[in-house]
Ligand binder design. Structure first.
Ligand SMILES: Nc1ncnc2c1ncn2[C@@H]1O[C@H](COP(=O)(O)OP(=O)(O)OP(=O)(O)O)[C@@H](O)[C@H]1O
Length: 271
């Protein structure tokens, strides 16, 4: 199984990753979530050996068998859709015929066939991310790493991107994907949540929700002296075990669960 084993990465005084473990099984989508600066991009870059490790190891196939889509999509703005694919294929040492054949197949699946002669700079955000995905998949990698492929992409294109990702996994590719959309993360086989460079929790999204200690409750006003988070018009609060919760207890979703687990950990740290 591919992944990261006890990976630590430091940038000067900043510890971006501290003893992080990550499993990326073949045929599965693993989503990596976490707030700004949690370490998602650094983890992907550590797997690609683009940052030096201060500890641990990255267990990945030969880099010629890894596909990578950077958060900037990786699409060259001055090249056409077709040329972008050719450029990516040549970089992987593929023949012109294979690039053409697999490129056509991927463009068809990504519903981009009509846009082959359009320049990268002329594509919508969603089309650009889908092309970036096709470029990362062209050489049929065993491991596919996607860094926030759906950020800034409209909901319809997000659904299409997700379909491409799950199809890649169904063909046996191990997929690791960072995302800030928890509804998307919830659909993955496994979610790995990073918090300040460490693994807050990892597992089946349903199991993660059941890990929350204490209760999550909802009120229509902000309860005094409590740390709350807004969900629509309601305020949600996490209450440690044995304490009285304000408002009505609710069943947390993944977003509630991750915030509650982070608050529970902060409380542990202060004890
Ligand atoms: N090249 C670098 N030099 C110095 N510090 C860095 C570098 N890259 C990342 N960091 C720091 O490491 C931490 C983790 O950053 P990283 O970009 O991995 O987080 P992230 O979860 O991907 O966040 P975001 O969603 O905001 O991109 C942050 O504190 C960041 O400032």
């Amino acid at each position: 199984m591919w992944g990261a084993r006890h990976v630590t990465v430091r940038f000067g005084a900043t510890t971006a990753l501290d003893d992080v473990g990550l499993d990326l099984p073949e045929g599965r989508v693993t989503s990596i979530v976490g707030g700004d600066g949690a370490g998602k991009t650094t983890l992907v870059r550590a797997l690609l050996r683009r940052v030096p490790l201060d500890g641990g190891a990255a267990d990945v196939p030969d880099l010629t068998e890894v596909g990578y889509q950077p958060s900037t999509s990786g699409v060259w703005p001055a090249l056409s859709v077709r040329q972008n694919l050719e450029f990516a294929g040549v970089a992987y040492g593929m023949s012109a015929a294979t690039i053409r054949e697999r490129g056509d197949e991927l463009l068809e699946t990504a519903a981009l066939t009509h846009a082959t002669s359009r320049l990268g700079s002329e594509l919508s955000g969603g089309m650009r991310q889908k092309l970036g995905f096709c470029m990362a998949m062209l050489h049929r990698p065993r491991l596919l790493l996607l860094d926030e492929p759906s950020t800034g992409v409209d909901p319809v294109s997000r659904v299409e991107l997700w379909r491409l990702v799950t199809q890649a996994a169904a063909r046996g590719t191990a997929v690791g994907m960072t995302t800030t959309y928890l509804d998307e993360a919830e659909r993955a086989s496994t979610v790995v949540a990073l918090d300040a460079g460490t693994v807050l929790t990892a597992g089946d999204p349903t199991a993660v929700v059941h890990e929350v200690p204490g209760t999550v409750s909802a009120t229509d006003h902000r309860p005094a002296g409590r740390r709350t988070w807004r969900r629509g018009t309601a305020f949600h609060t996490w209450t440690p075990p044995g304490e009285t919760a304000p408002g009505d207890e609710i069943t947390p979703d993944l977003e509630d669960a991750l915030i509650a687990l982070s608050l529970a950990r902060t409380q542990e740290d202060h004890r």
